[in-house]
Design a protein around this ligand. Sequence first.
Ligand code: GCU
Length: 333
Amino acid sequence: MNEVIPLRKFLSLLAALLLLCGCAEVPEETVPEYVLTYAENQPEGYPTVLSAERFAELVRERTGGKVVIQVKAGGEYGSESEVLEQMAFGGIDFARVSLAELSDEIPKLNILLLPFLYEDADHMWRILDGEIGEDFLSVFSEAGLVGLSWYDAGARCFYTDVKPIRSPADMAGLTVRVQDSHMVMDMVKLMGATPVTFPYGDVSYAFEMDKIDAAENNWPAYQIQEHYRLAKFFTVDEHSRVPEIQLASQRTWDVLPEQYRDIIAACARESALYQRELWKEQEARSRAEAIEAGCVEIIPRTVQKDAFRALAEPLYERYCADYMDLVAQIQNG
Ligand code: GCU
């Protein structure tokens, strides 16, 4: 027997379908059920910010305007550590942070921060897109957070104004700004320099005030924050690939109806694919612009990468002794 779908039901199904494929406009007058906050410490126009905005837009469309996520860029909600503190009690609902910020609180994350863990970006994505990356998304519950998706942050490299860094010997005596992670601090010590932590937004100030001689980050951060003005020697040593993570506060998550959670989770993953595309373009553009503006690139073949790698080796046992099988699986993945 053919079942006849009543017209009203048909129309609402059609509307839901159109929203799902992004073909329908959300009426202006729709009253949201949830207005949620999203913290970003990068400036407007940065790949992670554009992707957060895409994420928010997808969520708005697919919930028919019932869930509105307001993205605040440029560290408006505070430094990454301040944001994470607030997320623990639901003061901020979503954020994109660098994984390094959570590695002291969730020690298993040190695995993904290990220096020279991957051969290249493709290797990292094979791991994060696979079962291992999926399992890692669940560890954030230890800190009252829900892991939604991985964003790209390229490879981190050292930069300074003192002299070109080609070998660990060139690091001797330098004070290097690092992220707030014990393992990263230890890495710099093993390389013969002195680590010091400053929030990302204060790195230029720290250079200007002579509180640091060097820092480490990827091409986009180096260029967009204009660190090349203060530290022109950029060494392509690519000592680590620290991914970014899109997170929700567990407190917020628990009050959202399941149907919205599913939509949000799917939109986060979709925005991550978009972010990866933007990232590749931005990386190339930032490198070219920094060099154009006077950055001196110390190219990989003139860098004694193996010497850096050898010095960082003790971190594997020191921070990941309980997970050496998993580390080997990642290295061979
Ligand atoms: C990356 C990341 C930032 C982070 C920064 C840092 O650039 O995108 O979110 O704050 O590293 O070095 O602190």
